[in-house]
Design a protein around this ligand. Structure first.
Ligand code: CA
Length: 247
């Protein structure tokens, strides 16, 4: 444990809490503030977008059911301009609903009723991963992809890709372990830090990543499915390319 203040310390981190049910909003705000976060609030979708724009939060907790503009639409619009991590809060709890939130770019979700303590843990977990490390790992390059943990940027054949926090983490994890197969259970532990969780979270993130990195997402060359086992990052394309020799 260190006593140094760092960008990862809650006191430097601003959370936007979007929730129209005042009782829930108050309880969650209190928990977040007790944990040391600065909290901005919004009670509807349009206000959420305005506050996000003006306050530039480090993370957004976004209720799925909101008056005006619902959470899924807010998430979609946020994604057009910001890479801020989003935790979606859903009351419906159906798998389709959670997947829709993830498809729109949410990084995590919690289902109502939730424990505020667990939500704070989720917030910390997502933020830990979105904060630049002080001694970041070196960039990794494979199969035309270049990933730099220090700046949290990814480029494909020189063109920058816009990845969400978890998409980045998942790709980084797999690129660092080329050609190794990981089950969805292993990935949800390693990348999300969850001991349990909905494995479709992994499936959706893989699909989203493929849409961003694959020439043909329906016939992935980089992020391969190993049927009945899981996924692997295939660096063979790179091996062929880099077989050109030289130094
Ligand atoms: Ca609501």
């Amino acid at each position: 444990m260190t006593t140094n203040t760092s960008p990862a310390e809650p006191g430097n981190r601003r959370i936007l809490l979007v929730e129209d049910e005042q009782t829930i909003a108050d309880v969650v705000r209190d928990y977040l503030m007790k944990a040391g976060f600065q909290v901005d609030m919004a009670g509807d979708g349009f206000t959420a977008l305005k506050v996000a724009e003006s306050r530039q939060p480090d993370l957004v907790i976004l209720d799925r059911m909101l008056p005006g503009l619902d959470g899924v639409e807010v998430c979609r619009r946020l994604r057009q301009t910001m890479s801020v991590p989003v935790i979606m809060v859903t009351a419906l709890g159906t798998e389709d609903d959670r997947i829709l939130g993830l498809e729109m770019g949410a990084d995590d979700y919690v289902t109502k009723p939730f424990s505020p303590r667990e939500l704070v843990l989720r917030v910390k977990s997502v933020l830990r991963r979105s904060v630049k490390e002080f001694a970041p790992e070196p960039p990794v390059e494979a199969a035309g992809l270049w990933l730099d943990p220090a700046s949290r940027t990814v480029a494909h054949d020189g063109a920058a890709l816009a990845l969400t926090v978890r998409e980045f983490d998942l790709l980084a994890f797999l690129m660092r372990r080329p050609n190794q197969v990981f089950s969805r259970e292993e990935l949800i532990k390693a990348v999300w830090g969850w001991d349990f969780g909905d494995l479709s979270t992994v499936t959706v993130h893989v699909r989203r990543l493929r849409e961003k990195i694959e020439a043909n997402p329906t016939k992935p060359e980089l992020l391969k499915t190993v049927w009945g086992v899981g996924y692997r990052f295939d660096a063979l394309a790179d091996a062929k390319e880099s077989a050109r020799g030289g130094e």
